[in-house]
Design a protein. Structure first.
Length: 175
């Protein structure tokens, strides 16, 4: 039988310790994500995997916002974030900073997430709108597309779920 751990037993970092801690060289880009709960979840997941930064683009909501905070649970104060008017602007900034850009989408010539090979290079992962996904012009600006293999009748996952799956796999592969 297992005993559930208490919060004080989890050895969590303080906000200041988190900000000083080494981060994974991974940036998550949200391309016109409308749901504030999905944005909050992305913050919380980015905190869990110590991701370098979140880039919130276009209509994607930004902190401070009580709806984001409902799911972020304080991660808006730990995870670095930037807002860009356009996703194209964010990608141009990331390219100039030496990041490899990958859309997370269903597309021709995509790479299955479980086959995605990476080194320790800096990567940016673009997640799209809940209805339309990653815009085609954004996909075109990326050097590749990562696809989460699915075998059910539905052909999409909630963006918050997708962020969690991809960051888990990327983090696991980097250890």
């Amino acid at each position: 039988m297992s005993r559930k751990l208490k919060n004080e037993e989890l050895s969590r970092l303080s906000v200041d310790e988190f900000k000083r801690a080494e981060k994974q060289p991974v940036v998550v880009v949200l391309d016109n994500v409308r749901s504030l709960h999905n944005v909050g979840s992305a913050f919380r997941t980015a905190d869990a995997f110590r991701i370098e930064e979140l880039m919130l683009c276009g209509v994607t909501g930004t902190p401070p916002n009580k709806e984001i905070e409902k799911t972020a649970l304080g991660a808006t104060s730990t995870v670095k974030w930037t807002h860009f008017k356009t996703t194209a602007g964010a990608l141009e900034h990331l390219k100039q900073a030496g990041y490899a850009l990958f859309a997370v989408e269903q597309a021709e010539n995509s790479i299955a997430l479980n086959d995605f090979e990476q080194s320790d290079k800096k990567i940016a992962l673009v997640f799209g709108n809940e209805v339309y996904g990653v815009e085609q012009e954004v996909v075109n600006a990326c050097e590749g597309v990562i696809e989460i293999p699915q075998s059910g009748t539905k052909h999409s996952l909630n963006i918050a779920v997708s962020v969690g799956i991809v960051l888990w796999e990327i983090s696991r592969a980097r250890v």
